[in-house]
Design a protein around this ligand. Structure first.
Ligand SMILES: NC(=O)c1ccc[n+]([C@@H]2O[C@H](COP(=O)([O-])OP(=O)(O)OC[C@H]3O[C@@H](n4cnc5c(N)ncnc54)[C@H](O)[C@@H]3O)[C@@H](O)[C@H]2O)c1
Length: 240
């Protein structure tokens, strides 16, 4: 398979290594400095684009590929207000678009546990829920995309929680889930969901030891979506 890497930073480099170790060819390694190289690529020679760039670049990168009917696997966080228009474009162009805020299998199992626990806790009014996420200091968005996915599931399962807010926001909103973001090197990603009462705490957490799990997940998804169409998700990929 010929893979185009849109974004060749920390994630793009590991994805490239894993893809090559699985027998794939890298058709291009695009960064902010060499993005004009896109013009010299033959879109027909590219089977899938894997996009891990930056919040302000994701929409343009993904649109470039989808407009050329190249299936896209995207993991960039912090640009999701524009995701619905990308999904519509993928349907219009009859190609595939796959987004996950987190490509690690372990985190996706953690997502399931989080949703199950949120359902159990919805009538337990003595507990308040909060979240903490820890990432390296170069991370641009805050809170993490993974934390937002966790928070959205809790809000869906528990009608008492109306929204989420960052711990550094000064406004006090009743029934909000507060997310505390810490930036400490070299943390690749820790997420903790905590239910606290006067009597006890219940806590679930996931800690990534490296970026390998995210990168391998992205390559496996790229192999899976190559000949598919439409907007696809991690739940479908993992058959959850
Ligand atoms: N979904 C997941 O599982 C997952 C896991 C880890 C990281 N991420 C996210 O992936 C993204 C990338 O993470 P990273 O650690 O590799 O970041 P990074 O800063 O190391 O790399 C980002 C790269 O994007 C490039 N870039 C910027 N503008 C560009 C443009 N216009 N066109 C092409 N490339 C451009 C930069 O040159 C840089 O090399 C972040 O949003 C991060 O939050 C997601």
């Amino acid at each position: 398979m010929n893979i185009l890497l849109l974004g060749y930073g920390k994630m793009g480099k590991i994805i490239g290594e894993i893809a090559e170790s699985r027998g794939h060819l890298i058709a291009g390694k695009i960064n902010i400095e060499n993005s004009e190289e896109l013009n010299s690529l033959d879109p027909k020679s590219i089977d899938v684009a894997i996009e891990f760039s930056q919040p302000d670049a994701a929409f343009e990168n993904i649109s470039w590929a989808i407009n050329r009917k190249i299936p896209v696997v995207s993991g960039t966080t912090g640009w999701l207000d524009k995701k619905p228009s990308i999904e519509a474009l993928a349907l219009e162009k009859k190609t595939a678009f796959f987004y996950a805020s987190n490509f690690s299998v372990g985190v996706n199992i953690f997502f399931r546990i989080n949703r199950f626990l949120a359902g159990l806790m919805k009538d337990q009014n003595d507990y308040s829920v909060s979240m903490e996420e820890i990432h390296h200091t170069e991370k641009k968005d805050n809170p993490s995309g993974t934390a937002i996915t966790l928070a959205e599931a809790i809000i869906e399962e528990n009608p008492n929680i109306r929204n989420w807010k960052s711990a550094d926001e000064s406004s006090k909103v009743e029934n909000s889930l507060v997310i505390t973001s810490k930036r400490i090197d070299p943390a690749p990603g820790t997420h903790i969901v905590r239910y606290q009462s006067e009597i006890d705490d219940i806590e679930i957490s996931h800690t990534a030891y490296s970026r390998k799990g995210f990168a391998l997940g992205a390559v496996l998804v790229a192999e899976w979506i190559k000949d598919k169409n439409g907007v696809l998700t991690m739940d479908e990929f993992l058959s959850f």
